[in-house]
Design a protein around this ligand. Sequence first.
Ligand SMILES: NC(=O)c1ccc[n+]([C@@H]2O[C@H](COP(=O)([O-])OP(=O)(O)OC[C@H]3O[C@@H](n4cnc5c(N)ncnc54)[C@H](OP(=O)(O)O)[C@@H]3O)[C@@H](O)[C@H]2O)c1
Length: 255
Amino acid sequence: MSVEHGTKAPPAPADSRPKVAWIAGVGAAAGLGAAVARRFAAAGLTVALTGRTGERVRAVAAQIVAAGGRAGAFPGDVSSVDELRRVAVGLRPLGPLHVAVFNAGNAVRGTALELTPEQFESAWRGSTYAGFLFAREALPSLLASGGSLLFTGATASLRGRGAFVAFAAAKAGLRSLAQSIAREYGPRGVHVAHVVIDGGIDGERLRTSAPRTAEAGADGLLDPEAIAETYWQLHQQHRSAWTQELDLRPYKESF
Ligand SMILES: NC(=O)c1ccc[n+]([C@@H]2O[C@H](COP(=O)([O-])OP(=O)(O)OC[C@H]3O[C@@H](n4cnc5c(N)ncnc54)[C@H](OP(=O)(O)O)[C@@H]3O)[C@@H](O)[C@H]2O)c1
């Protein structure tokens, strides 16, 4: 059969596989990363979970599968170029990527005179740098799907304090990264949003690291499932009315 000049190739058939959400920064089942994964799985997406502790990531994925969802564990360190590449290639067969959530974070504490240069660098690597690597891996697929790229921020994203010199610098860098990516890739169809979590999250991390903070009383801490609902709503927004940044705090948090 001859092909005539000027004949356009037929459009590629739409990918009929379920959409994929990739959540980077999944640890405890009682944590934000796991809650976001559960929310997107409940909406019918296949969720790919990444965190450094394989055992924990697999446990959260198994919990989602047991509840009737589709989930895969893809352990790895998102601050490592090679590991992140391996993870990104590994989750490709799952289906088309529509949502990428960067939730990793390490709240390194210490003043400028207490922290070592290595600790400062490690905070930056785990947030700003890892966020950049993650965005680089996710963006090509999100540009193709018109998906969402969501970043988890903290109070420190907007405000520095003595003992948070490293964490605040790292989170402010992540916020700036998210804003820069939004300005470049938003007009090309990728919804980029940064969520400022302005308060403690009622999860395993706070309960073990700061048990006194965890005694904030009813709804004095952010419920991870409630935060996850907001991530879902961000993904659902119509592109004529996109949020680039929003903040979430418990009703009794002073700010
Ligand atoms: N907890 C709070 O009170 C609070 C308050 C405000 C903002 N936030 C932000 O919320 C996010 C986390 O929420 P969460 O505290 O509930 O914790 P979470 O979502 O339960 O866990 C996040 C997980 O990210 C993983 N992670 C850290 N660095 C990583 C890396 N380089 N590569 C891959 N995975 C990595 C850690 O697991 P592994 O160590 O096993 O890798 C950690 O368990 C962070 O961005 C944090 O800054 C937390």
